[in-house]
Design a protein around this ligand. Sequence first.
Ligand code: GDP
Length: 433
Amino acid sequence: QPTVAIVGRPNVGKSTIFNRVAGERISIVEDTPGVTRDRIYAHGEWLGHNFNLIDTGGIEVSNEPFIKQITAQAEIAIDEADVIIFMVNGKQGITDADERVAQILYKSDKPVVLAVNKIDNFESRADIYDFYALGFGDPYPISGAHGLGLGDLLDEVIKNFPEVPENQPDDSIRFSLIGRPNVGKSSLVNAILGDSRVIVSDVAGTTRDAIDTKFVHDGQEFTIVDTAGIRKRGKVYEKTEKYSVMRAMKAIDDSNVVLVVLNAEEGIREQDKRVAGYAHEAGKGVIIVVNKWDTLKKDNHTQQQFEADIRSEFQYLAYAPIIFVSAKTKQRLERLPNLIEKVDDNHNKRISSSTLNEVIMDAVAITPTPTIKTRKLRIYYATQVATAPPTIVLFVNDPELLHFSYKRYLENQIRKNFDFKGTPIHIIARSRK
Ligand code: GDP
């Protein structure tokens, strides 16, 4: 999926445009505690083309002077994007800061589409001609405030998307490691690759920096998503939380299974919860990996206690298996590939309608459907409509009557009957026509 980044000096209207293009992602999962929506990364769609959208203005490199900030933001756009929207303010003409951004963008070979914002009416359209001087071809007049001109701008953006290679069948299981800095993601990657002494090849992704690593274990091919991003260190913005979150969200999008890595030495932190929330919301297979297990002095209860803490802090991830490992001593690492494979299987599992309906009917027989204000929920039929994640539609008399707690009860009954370890299950009620 291509990535579009919006870049430009502060107050030209980047986030207004970002929000207009991104719209609201329709989420069918329950609210995830701990997730504050970071509005710098979102999904956009135009004329059937899906893309990721980044508002680089939201990535603040703290304590850096203004020029360093916009330089870093332009570099992020170049690093992350397939197409860059360079936004300027039509009411102000070209400023020094615009020139500065332009100079950095010249140096890259990424396509740049110039958007002149705040062209709110026809009379002000003449103002856009000055911006030819920036050297990025035709300026596209837009009005974030009134939502004008976005269609033409997005048409041009889409024209610049890279050619998609013919879809080759890919049986590789794609997984990513996400977690805050220093939990040991990079060490885990090295330890995993060290163990599976088979082919390791770097595959260039859509952007120059997205380097994935493939390996084979027991005849199954795996791809570690964004290995380069995990290993990379150095540029100032790579240390900012927003940037890492954006990077993690991108990696999650691109994975089948997500390993949420925690640090046993430090316990669970607020940032861990946010990161785990993103994995859950994306509907991917999830495994909780507690790394640095070697650092704890353990007694009979240590693991049990840690597990209980995780279960209470990450209630929405009740389906995720937990594995306690050490990148340093390699404890239990040999179990990881099979666990990932198992979770991927479950994520793609399909249950026949007949078996599913038997389970639902049995469940209803044990605990009858609720009655809300004299109206009783009736479930007529259940069917699995999608995999990855498994998505089940219940045809009912009135979707409003499917209370959260009863939905959870049904989910638990389904999980008792089928192995869905590691994957969320989406249950949707629809009224029968
Ligand atoms: P990342 O930022 O999540 O990629 O973390 P790194 O892989 O760079 O690891 C951060 C630090 O933790 C490094 O000093 C590692 O040597 C150390 N580390 C990683 N895994 C383990 C582990 O399992 N046990 C111990 N004791 N140290 C570890």
